[in-house]
Design a protein around this ligand. Structure first.
Ligand SMILES: [Zn+2]
Ligand SMILES: [Zn+2]
Ligand SMILES: [Zn+2]
Length: 321
């Protein structure tokens, strides 16, 4: 089991998951394999190479989306959040939780950008279902859904997949966003952002009646995008099916535009939703974070990211793409 350790300088938790070092790149094929997709554990026909599926979507025997436990989980097992003090500055807690892989297409090639309309609906429905499942486990406070695309973004396997990590605490990034909602006068900082960005117009990448995609005013990386469902809802799992489908389609269309503009770049998709059972103010959303530049010493030292493409320019480029 992994271990959480508190950095008393920053108040941030770090997960020490040494077992993950033994993974052949999550599930990756041997490097000498000449045609890696023939050895891919996520391809149809290789279902026995992963733990049994927790959920499959599509006709039986012919899955379209598949959720499996991660073979090398960063968080694992049940158990309440329990911080142990080993000394004045050594604080640790067991890394309990859930770590799942979401195989979101049977097609080895391609990515979220290539999914058809039916598939975008199934993928987001699978995410919602897993979130609901995680919420039923008392020790899971928050579930982070991510997609890492490309090696520079941390993907260890090419087959299109995401991950769901149910963890026993509310992580720092989410806590900071929650404070962004609670510290301000307006009822919802993202509803206001949506209205103000649409009013300004020039950072909007695409919009329909249910969702808006912007290169946010405060974009920290080139071509960063924020996907905002219009309907105010704190929890992804409580969103209306039509809002989920539109948001998933907007993820696809944003990624496709980015691909046409800058090629098949590495990126992270980050789904932010309120902690399970939380009644705090929040508005669920998705971040698209392209890995076009790498953070250097200044960013590591200060937390201040330097973005070399203004979001106004990025949005204009993406709209034309
Ligand atoms: Zn595959
Ligand atoms: Zn809102
Ligand atoms: Zn966020």
């Amino acid at each position: 089991m992994s271990q959480l350790r508190l950095n008393p300088l920053t108040g941030r938790w770090v997960a020490i998951a040494a077992e993950r070092a033994s993974r052949p790149g999550d599930f990756a094929p041997p490097l000498d394999s000449p045609r890696p997709h023939l050895r891919c554990p996520f391809c149809p026909g290789h279902e026995e190479e992963t733990p049994p599926a927790l959920e499959t979507y599509g006709r039986s025997g012919d899955w379209l989306v598949r959720v499996v436990p991660n073979l090398y989980p960063a968080f694992e097992g049940k158990g309440e959040w329990a911080v142990e003090d080993l000394g004045p500055v050594f604080h640790q807690a067991p890394g309990t939780g859930i770590h799942e892989v979401l195989v979101f297409s049977p097609d080895h090639r391609g990515s979220w950008a290539d999914l058809d309309d039916k598939q975008v609906g199934l993928v987001i429905a699978a995410i919602r279902d897993r979130m609901e499942d995680h919420a039923e486990q008392a020790s899971i406070r928050y579930t982070q859904t991510i997609v890492n695309h490309g090696r520079e973004a941390g993907a260890s396997l090419d087959h299109p997949h995401g991950q769901l990590l149910g963890i026993p605490f509310v992580p720092d990034e989410l806590q900071a966003e929650l404070e962004g909602f609670s510290a301000r006068d307006e009822p919802c900082v993202l509803c206001t952002t949506l209205a103000e960005e649409e009013d300004a117009g020039h950072r909007v990448v695409l919009a329909d009646e249910r969702v808006t995609v912007v290169c946010p005013f405060w974009s920290a990386t080139p071509y960063e995008m924020l996907i905002l469902p219009r309907h105010h809802e704190a929890h992804l799992a409580h969103a209306a099916p039509a809002d989920l489908v539109s948001t998933s389609r907007a993820v696809r269309d944003s990624l496709a535009a980015m691909g046409r503009l800058v090629g098949d770049v590495a990126y992270n998709l980050v789904f932010h939703t309120a902690p399970h059972h939380s009644t705090d103010r929040f508005h669920w959303h998705v971040h698209v974070l392209p890995r076009l530049t790498s953070a250097a010493g200044f960013e590591a030292g200060t937390g201040v990211l330097i973005n070399i493409v203004a979001p106004e320019q990025a949005a204009s480029d993406l709209r034309r793409a």
